[in-house]
Design a protein around this ligand. Structure first.
Ligand code: TMP
Length: 258
């Protein structure tokens, strides 16, 4: 078997050169990090679950006209995506106060925000992804004003869609992170959704109990992180064959070295 060329290894994913020019293979790892990788661990089966959840959400978003890098899922842990030039901005969409917003402004976690809040962080691990204003983005040329209009409009549409989708399965979409990229067509480039959407980058609370069904279980040492990710996948109707069966099969294969 020919070895694929690894392009990049991130905290939760590895990127390999794809089969055709302009394509990339995203491999989802079980590795979990928090606080800019100060805390490290693994969540069993996370890569398999996030690959499926992200495929599901990107496919539905495509149906409502949100262009993305997603082409197709290849196997349990990999998906084929379009190569993009990543915009170095993490877009945080918030419906309910939590996490760094609560800390920064002293707003109790769980407080409903009067309207959806968009925040931007500059993607730079060495700086700890600092919060920036749109003025910084324009000033340093990280994205143009037209690109930021496309990005913010898409982020709001994605939020409206996802909030409804999760509400339908008894989950409150508290906040989440998006990343966007540029694809070039001749002299022009356009913005498309990139990266992944999964419980790694979303806060998802059970509507009845407020139980956390996302990476905060890992960040805050609450335990039960694998079960929480499985529960989100189950409620989304993924893994109809049973998520634990699929994951056990996977670990059996691994043990046999296949
Ligand atoms: P925060 O409250 O810690 O700023 O996080 C807001 C949302 O963004 C939350 O759903 C988790 C997600 N997020 C990431 O996906 N990656 C990150 O590096 C950080 C800090 C947050």
């Amino acid at each position: 078997m020919s070895r694929r060329r690894q392009i990049y290894e991130g905290k939760a994913k590895i990127l390999y050169e794809g089969p055709e020019p302009g394509t990339i293979i995203q491999y989802f790892k079980d590795d979990a990090t928090a606080f800019n990788a100060e805390k490290k661990g693994t969540i069993n089966g996370k890569g398999v679950i996030n690959n499926r959840i992200s495929e599901h959400i990107f496919t539905l978003l495509n149906h409502i006209g949100i262009p993305s890098h997603f082409i197709r899922r290849l196997n349990m842990r990999e998906q084929l995506v379009k190569q993009v030039e990543i915009v170095p901005i993490e877009v945080i969409v918030r419906n309910v106060a939590a996490g760094s917003l609560s800390k920064r402004l002293g707003i109790e976690e769980g407080t409903q925000l009067p309207h959806t809040l968009l925040e931007y962080c500059y993607k730079d691990d060495a700086l700890g992804d600092p919060l920036v204003a749109e003025e910084h983005i324009a000033c340093f040329g990280w994205a143009s004003q037209e690109e930021m209009q496309d990005i913010s409009a898409m982020a709001i549409r994605i939020n409206d869609f996802m909030a409804g989708m999760f509400a339908g399965i008894g989950i409150k979409l508290v906040d989440f992170k998006l990343e966007f990229g540029r694809v070039f067509e001749g002299d022009f480039s356009r913005i498309i959704l990139a990266d992944e959407i999964s419980p790694d980058g979303c806060r998802l609370w059970d509507m009845e109990t407020n139980e956390k069904l996302d990476k905060d279980r890992f960040r805050r040492d609450l335990g039960g992180e694998a079960e929480a990710y499985q529960e989100v996948a189950r409620r989304l109707g993924l893994f109809p064959e049973g998520v634990s069966e699929v994951l056990d099969l996977n670990s059996e294969r691994k043990k046999r070295g296949k």
